[in-house]
Design a binder for this molecule. Structure first.
Ligand code: 5AD
Ligand code: SF4
Length: 477
């Protein structure tokens, strides 16, 4: 048989996207190639998200389309993984005859074998939680799998969540907290640096809880975990790693050392995505977030003392059970007080098996929608104010690719994680390389940057070198 080909549909958070990178690498190691499109694929994997019901419903509509895809050719197989798979297990096999196998979030390694079984006509499901480090031991990334964003790499440092916030399904779908040995993480970052990566984002559901369960059980030495700030310091010392980010931290796991790291580590980016969820203490308590509005603000102040220019972004939920107008206004006023650079906000979505499902005080959809819009209006103003405050700054931008504005411009991110669209004369721009720009304009969603000096010669990376022809408005060069 000709080399089998796969296609991947991925939903949800960065953890899921990174899992898809791992799946792709595993499949390449097993002899698969990436199909140019689903029509040419033998295997389609859907990596699902269940954080809110909308994300979950996406799977069900996809499976309708994929059932038709499967009937359209011989020897085709469908695998479903991710958080909905973990949550629903064999119910997916029962409900969707076209699905061949279902794999949980701890079982990525089993996918090649499950796919082979599927091609032999055997359906299977494995959503067992694997509480051992074994699940992190994957073969080195296959050379045919480039980083999704050139120059940047995600690195898993811990998985799972033991916090059980009352609204959240993650502790069910991702299981208990487990951290990787520091040396594994360091080697992976070193390997990334060798292939030209200059920015790493450390991933974990509560990333700054890294190593806490191992330390609590007295296993830190045996497993090889270290305090999170020490891990950051070790990564900061790796040649070629110019930027380190981490996501998402929980406010209660910031210690002095982590705050201090923002002052002392040159490569630690001045951006913290710090989920708040609500500005009302009453709601925070019902959410089981374990901090108060004031302690959150105190943390932001401490981070700003360490790194005055730090950009803070957040996640917020509106319409949580029992949220009154006064609770919502407390959130709105905290958003103003902190001056978030940006935020993601969501209407509360009841999730199966979570504690919030049993709470009274349901908020109607119209009220939740109106609150969402008020929050987003306030944020638009704050984001634009922040962007305006940056005009005239010099910024170092890691080029990602073509701008989303669809005008042929290049775009990248500055150290604060803001999108910078690049206007400049015809220049060679290389995704994965840095350019120095001056911020010349602020828009609601991004910054516009113009060459501050001659664009440095981008280091050629095979297959990624692209001649940039972005035409600037009044650009100097
Ligand atoms: N409903 C709405 N938003 C949710 N989030 C998590 N669970 C829910 C839910 N049940 C949001 C939180 C979290 C982000 C990733 O998704 O704000 O930080
Ligand atoms: Fe969900 Fe709370 Fe864990 Fe974050 S800390 S993943 S919101 S349970």
């Amino acid at each position: 048989m000709q080399r089998p080909r796969y296609a991947l549909r991925t939903y949800g958070c960065q953890m899921n996207q990174h899992d898809s990178e791992k799946l792709a690498s595993l499949l390449h190691h097993a002899g698969y190639g990436l199909a140019p499109g689903e029509d040419e694929a033998d295997l389609v994997l859907v990596n699902t998200c269940s954080i809110r019901d909308k994300a979950e419903h996406k799977l069900y509509s996809d499976l309708g389309v994929l059932s038709a895809w499967k009937r359209g050719g011989e020897g085709r197989a469908i695998g479903v993984g991710g958080c909905v798979a973990q949550q629903e297990g064999d119910r997916i096999l029962k409900r969707f005859p076209a699905v061949d196998f279902v794999f949980g979030t701890h079982n990525l390694k089993l996918v090649p074998a499950m796919a082979s079984a599927a091609f032999e006509g055997r359906r299977s499901v494995d959503v067992a939680e694997r509480r051992s480090l074994d699940r992190f031991e994957l073969p080195e990334r296959h050379p045919d799998c480039p980083d999704l964003t050139p120059g940047r790499a995600w690195i898993t440092v811990m998985e799972g969540c033991d916090m059980f916030c009352s609204f959240c399904i993650v502790p069910t779908t991702r299981g208990r907290e487990i951290s990787r040995p520091g040396e594994w993480i360091i080697s992976e970052v070193e390997a990334a640096a060798r292939r030209g990566v200059s920015e790493v984002t450390l991933l974990g559901q509560t990333v700054n809880a890294y190593g806490r369960q191992e330390a609590r059980r007295g296993h830190a030495q045996k497993v090889g975990t270290l305090p999170f700030a020490d891990l950051l310091a070790r990564l900061d010392a790796i040649p070629g790693i110019e930027r380190i980010r981490y996501t998402s931290p929980h406010p209660i796991f910031f210690d002095e050392a982590l705050i201090e790291a923002h002052a002392s580590l040159g490569s630690l980016c001045p951006h913290v995505h710090l989920p708040l969820q609500s500005g009302s203490d009453r709601i925070l308590e019902r959410m089981r977030r374990r901090y108060s509005a004031r302690s959150y603000v105190a943390l932001v102040q401490a981070l700003r003392r360490a790194r005055p220019d730090v950009a803070i972004t957040t996640d917020l939920i509106v319409g949580f059970p029992g949220e009154t107008e006064a609770d919502f206004e407390a959130t709105l006023s905290l958003v103003e007080e902190v001056g978030f650079v940006d935020h993601y906000s969501f209407k509360y979505s009841p999730r199966p098996g979570t504690a919030a499902g049993a709470l009274d005080g349901e908020v109607g959809p119209d009220v939740a929608q109106e609150r969402l819009e008020r929050l987003q209006d306030a944020q638009r103003r704050l984001t634009l104010d922040y962007h305006r405050s940056r005009v005239g700054d010099k910024a170092r931008v890691l080029v990602e690719g073509q701008s989303r504005r669809g005008n042929g411009q290049w775009a990248g991110r500055d150290p604060y994680h803001r999108v910078v669209n690049l206007v400049s004369g015809a220049k060679s721009v290389c995704p994965g390389a840095f350019v120095e720009v001056e911020i010349v304009e602020a828009t609601p969603h991004s910054l516009i940057g113009e060459d501050a000096c001659a664009m440095p010669e981008a280091s050629p990376r095979e297959g990624l070198w692209i001649e940039g022809v972005a035409k600037g408005v009044g650009s100097p060069a």
